[in-house]
Write a protein that binds this ligand. Sequence first.
Ligand code: ZN
Length: 218
Amino acid sequence: MNNLSIGKVVCVGRNYAAHAAELGNEVPTQPLLFIKPASSVHYIEANNTTSIAASFYDIPRDIKYDVHYEAELCVQLGKELINASIDEVKDAINAVTVGLDLTLRDLQTKLKDKAQPWERAKCFVGSCVLGEWVSPDSFGDFTDVQYQLYINDTLTQDGDTALMLFPVYQLLVDISHAFGLQVGDVVMTGTPAGVGKLMAGDKLKLVLGEHTWQASVV
Ligand code: ZN
């Protein structure tokens, strides 16, 4: 795949009812959006047939907060979208992968309690982990895509885009109105249930059909 440079990463919160429930949150009536900066991106380099173990995030030794994983289907824009219609978004996706929206969960809870922005919990260097991009050609309209996160060989998150509250095309329309999207921008489309804390030594495997990416927590 062409590696387009990323301007921003738009993330979607609470896009699966079961995940909203596990964190005690209401289901939103419109997409809950936030942004990670390009400096948060860390790629897991692998190819379709060979999995390469890589340490993707050096948890600082003095870190005060728990790092939680959220596995998410991610798409990259190949076309600018400003105030787009549903027809305009259909050919806008250049590439697809699975990523991890890493979150300092206890810090996020503190910030939420104080009605402060989430960025300190969501935007640290390495907080947006992305598998290498694959072609979008076999994913249809993205309403029937399955993806998984295994931790230490246990199925931990089992994603199915059919269960999204706001499907991928609808998200792109909404984001194009809220922020606008440029070529290279990434959308993390929300996490299914099963989020939890990463532990040093955990072996992670992200799966999207025939594609797998592996990483370990150091
Ligand atoms: Zn997320």
